[in-house]
Design a protein around this ligand. Sequence first.
Ligand code: HMG
Ligand code: MG
Length: 312
Amino acid sequence: MSDLPAVVRQDGLPASVTIYEVGARDGLQNEQTTIDTGIKADLVTRLLDAGLSPVEATSFVHPRWVPQLADAKELMTELVGRLGERARELPVLVPNEKGLDRAFELGLRHVAIFGSATETFANKNLNQSYDGQFAMFEPTMARAKHAGMTVRGYLSMCFGDPWEGQVEIAKVVEAGKRLLDLGADQLSLGDTIGVGTAGHVKQLIGAFAAAGVSTDQLALHFHDTYGQALANTYAGLEAGVTTYDASAGGLGGCPYAKSATGNLATEDLLWMLDGLGIEHGVDLDKVADTSRWLADHLGRPSPSAVVRALRS
Ligand code: HMG
Ligand code: MG
């Protein structure tokens, strides 16, 4: 039994939130150590067992671009063997029609496309121009929707870009609206390099609201490079957003974004939510045990403050 924070509720915050667990995808895509497919399947299974849902499992991207996730097909096949239909509910990333075809082959039901608010990152991450990425997404989205899939839209570089510097709020809103207009069921706003701060988060959510995008269409995806992820999450809660992307143990980072480090750690988020009395349905001890177990396989300790504190 771990320590628990005192519960002190705050007026105006949501009563419950959804944690969108990205540890098996964002968490592992940037790791140097090669992880066996069986260990990845264990990871996904343990995260589900801890109560996390959704658990993003992998990416159907080009294996040369992200070698760490080159076993996407083998992983999903293994998970279908272990979990049956439940495995087909796990979301996966697909950048294009080729990725979607690979998801179709396995009968998967939830995919995510991932775009950039900036020209440079669209080029580096997708080998596309800014406009070209939307042209690539359009048929992918249309076919996924026709097949009855849900499609999440990730948008990167919403708070700053390592090549282009500050990114205009209006530019982020324009890019996000394009993903929603294509048919994205949810828009996850990514602070890919972790430079955003709390006021910026509120300003961006307000700008989306002014453009007719409500908080229940949004998710927030913070990387913790500058230690701002929890403060930014609190700002998001105050603004009414109820879906937060997080990664068990605080692993993560995009191999094509200079200076991207780990995601907001799921355990750090759980600790804060517990203290605020916000429901989440996740067992903190089980997630922290999983992160310690995974750290042994990765050969380095979890960067999460809560994982380290619970151990001591
Ligand atoms: P490309 O080289 O321009 O691809 O890469 P292409 O369309 O020219 O095709 C070249 C070859 O790749 C062809 O094969 C295709 O079939 C094959 P060939 O005919 O030469 O034998 N191909 C594929 N193979 C497998 N799966 C596919 C696929 N597509 C084409 N899906 C591409 C374009 C988009 C494929 C490449 O740039 C890519 O894979 N990029 C992915 C990069 C990535 O995964 N980045 C990390 C995820 S995003 C992220 O982390 C940010 C996020 O967390 C939010 C945040 O933090 O901001 C989501
Ligand atoms: Mg990310």
